[in-house]
Design a protein around this ligand. Structure first.
Ligand code: KIV
Ligand code: ZN
Length: 387
């Protein structure tokens, strides 16, 4: 790799994100989201799990054909038929990748009933097979954060020797914490022969609300691929949110000097479209893309923002492609905000009229959760008619 500060963004909205119960997307919707991700500068799109269904196979194949810039990746279990099916789908891409995985923690090893040696052998066979088909192979020890360290080092070394070019370290159940997430990557980089010739990825789930922090900690320790989804969509509490990692790296570049290739002005459009097609609305106070993320309602905040937007905003709405007003009119709003809102709506009012409209506005705001522009226009008309 040339630029050691470049962090690759691996989006798995269409695979891990779509695994959220009820988030199934249609074929056309998947192609549309993939095109938007490609356009936004996502480095790798995980387009689906080709052996899972005919629909997934068709979507991954079509996304592979249509993608212009992004690497297109498909998921496969550590089984030869899975890997072959995955290759059949991704091979159409200009830059295909096979992502194969197996659960390596004691709990996960018990499921296929493989002992440590048998599992190591399976990893050797399947990674070698994938690498014979495709020169871009990602391997994941699922539940890595609950796998014994010695065994994790052993299997990561095998995967690297068999040709994996990216090693992903999943925190499958959202169990790790930032310091541990960093220590794990550091330990692998120090102990595994060949580790400095591959990319380590971090793949976090948000069960304890730490997915973004864990991903950033892993990056600081040397991971150079972050796996994430738009809006943090994903099973249970979801995956690391793409928009949070990308904006954190941008806003706090002073202390985390890492670059992504993402055009951040595309974030809001993607967030809204993913919410629509997945049927998963974004919580109002969600970082970066929530409806309230840039809205100020209290009088003190509104006044501050009107005087100098940086008093209460650490990033500009336009940076994420949001070109809407950042002032929410409600019962906490002050006179300065009302005057600014009126000016926005084309009304220049004198002090006495403002006083009158403000009294009416407060009475309305006490009854109504949100006061819309139309409400304010009605208040002005009312006030004018009664003077
Ligand atoms: O969370 C996880 O472990 C996964 C793997 C398939 C990478 O999604
Ligand atoms: Zn996952």
């Amino acid at each position: 790799m040339t630029d050691n500060n470049r962090v690759f963004i691996f989006d798995t909205t269409l695979r891990d994100g779509e695994q959220s119960p009820g988030a199934t997307m249609s074929h056309a919707e998947k192609l549309e989201i993939a095109a938007m991700l490609d356009e936004m500068g996502v480095d790798i799109i995980e387009a689906g799990f080709p052996i899972a269904s005919e629909g997934d196979f068709a979507a991954v194949s079509e996304i592979a054909r249509q993608s212009r810039n992004s690497v297109v990746c498909g998921l496969a279990r550590a089984q030869i038929p899975d890997i072959d099916r995955c290759w059949e789908a991704v091979k159409h891409a200009r830059r295909p990748r096979i992502h194969t995985f197996i659960g390596t923690s004691p709990l996960h090893r018990a499921i296929p009933n493989l002992d440590m040696d048998q599992m190591a052998e399976r990893i050797e066979q399947t990674v070698t097979h994938a690498r014979n088909l495709c020169d871009n192979v990602q391997w994941s020890p699922m539940d890595a954060t609950r796998t014994e360290h010695d065994y994790l080092c052993r299997v990561v070394e095998i995967a690297i020797k068999c040709g994996a070019t990216t090693i992903n370290i999943p925190d499958t159940v959202g169990y790790t914490a930032p310091r541990e997430s960093a220590d794990l990557i550091r330990m692998l980089l120090e102990r595994v022969p060949g580790a400095d010739n591959i990319i380590f990825a971090t793949h976090c789930h948000n069960d304890l609300g730490m997915a973004t922090a864990n991903s950033l900690a892993a990056v600081e320790a040397g991971a150079r691929q972050v796996e994430c989804t738009i809006n943090g969509l994903g099973e249970r509490a979801g995956n690391t949110a793409l928009e949070e990692v990308v904006m954190a790296l941008r806003v706090r570049h002073d202390i985390m000097p890492f670059d992504t290739g993402i055009d951040t002005t595309k974030i809001m459009g993607l967030s809204r479209r993913v919410a629509q097609v997945s049927g998963f609305p974004v919580q109002f106070n969600k970082a970066i893309v929530g409806k309230n993320a840039f809205l100020h309602e209290s009088g003190i905040h509104q006044d501050g923002v009107l005087k100098n937007v940086e008093t209460f905003e650490i990033m500009k709405p336009a940076d994420i492609g949001l070109n809407e007003t950042n002032i929410a009119m409600g019962k906490h709003s002050g006179r300065a905000a009302l005057r600014a809102k009126l000016a926005d709506l084309g009304y220049e009012v004198g002090d006495n009229q403002l006083k009158d409209i403000f009294v009416r506005f407060k009475a309305l705001a006490d009854r109504k959760k949100e006061v819309y522009d139309e409400d304010i226009v009605a208040l002005v008309q009312d006030a004018t008619a009664n003077t």
